[in-house]
Design a protein around this ligand. Sequence first.
Ligand code: PNS
Length: 167
Amino acid sequence: MTIAVYPGSFDPVTLGHQDIIERTAQIMDHVIIGVLKNNSKSPLFSVEDRVKMLESVTSHLDNVSIQSFDGLLVDFVHQNHAQVIVRGLRAVTDFEYELQLAQTNRVIAPDIDTIFLTTNLKYSYLSSSIVKEIADYQGDISGFLSPGIARLVREKLSKERKNEQQD
Ligand code: PNS
């Protein structure tokens, strides 16, 4: 049984992530989405909210489960008896960072391999940070996120704007 871990911040999950999850679920016996807890990027959503959002967009996939994790990715992979890390590659700009991540992980855990899926061309420009920036300026994010997730992002940012106005 081949178990893959698809790790990330997912702040929030985009249609690009969903595409990678669906394609990985077709190739692997089981996919564990690992949501990074301690994120230096100071996430918009709590890890609990990010897990819930991922659960809602993957509920139709029987062989996908979601967990949060803290610490080293390779430790999380070992704890879950997984053999493979999956990452999406959008453009050449991703390559250097992804290569460094994969090679470092391979040095500290030689039994784990990283495989890359090229992102669907439709989503090759897409990132959670870009989506948050557009939403922050109240632009249309409906083409980038599932409808339920887009609603949550709009609500969260509008709450934050109200709080800032009150301060
Ligand atoms: O979606 P992201 O933010 O690009 O995902 C990055 C992630 C979570 C894959 C990476 O930051 C990670 O693996 N963090 C866990 C800590 C770790 O193992 N670091 C050493 C890897 S070289």
